[in-house]
Design a protein around this ligand. Structure first.
Ligand code: HEC
Length: 143
């Protein structure tokens, strides 16, 4: 009898735990724990413009001059910072998110390095790998 009661209480508690964990995880995805910037604003305000700007510059024959290469490097550097921001303030809910952020960090760093050397082939290859991180995280976490 006591065992049955304990089992019942245990089940109720785990169900409650799942509900609580579930809500925190989705709250984290949309926003970090203490800072006000919502994930969608990091995406719209920083990720999207820098990713689009970089993609445009790396098209065809690549950045036309010193200044354009420096702008491409600037986009890559900003994207790299977002890779770190996405892991900060308790925003990361799981391994998929962490893995995608890690890819964003490492591949944007590779783009940055290639831009400093004005190596279009290496920059484009790393850019392509970097954008796979967008798809990987969105598939798991973007509603
Ligand atoms: C680690 C996870 C993660 C990575 C990596 C990521 N995103 Fe997102 N992105 C999200 C989530 C979560 C949302 C949905 C946010 C919401 O609606 O609350 C989102 C939403 C967006 C949006 C819509 C923003 C809006 O205005 O509502 C755009 C655009 C976007 N991402 C672009 C990108 C691009 C481009 C990349 C790659 C360079 C990228 N994201 C990488 C998690 C990620």
């Amino acid at each position: 009898m006591a065992r049955k009661l304990m089992l019942g209480t245990g089940l109720v508690l785990s169900a409650l735990g799942i509900v609580i964990l579930g809500t925190t995880a989705s709250a984290q995805v949309k926003q970090g724990k203490t800072r006000p910037a919502e994930t969608k604003y990091l995406m719209r305000g920083i990720v999207q413009p820098n990713c689009a700007g970089l993609g445009k510059l790396l098209k065809a024959s690549g950045p036309a001059d010193e200044k354009a290469w420096d702008t491409a490097a600037c986009h890559a550097a900003c994207l790299n910072e977002v890779g770190h921001l996405l892991m900060a303030d308790g925003r990361c809910p799981d391994g998929k998110w962490a893995g995608a952020s890690k890819t964003l960090q490492s591949e944007s760093a590779a783009v940055l390095e290639a831009c400093k050397k004005q190596d279009l082939k290496a920059a484009s290859a790393a850019f392509k790998k970097m954008t796979q991180s967008c798809a990987a995280c969105h598939k798991a976490h973007k509603k």
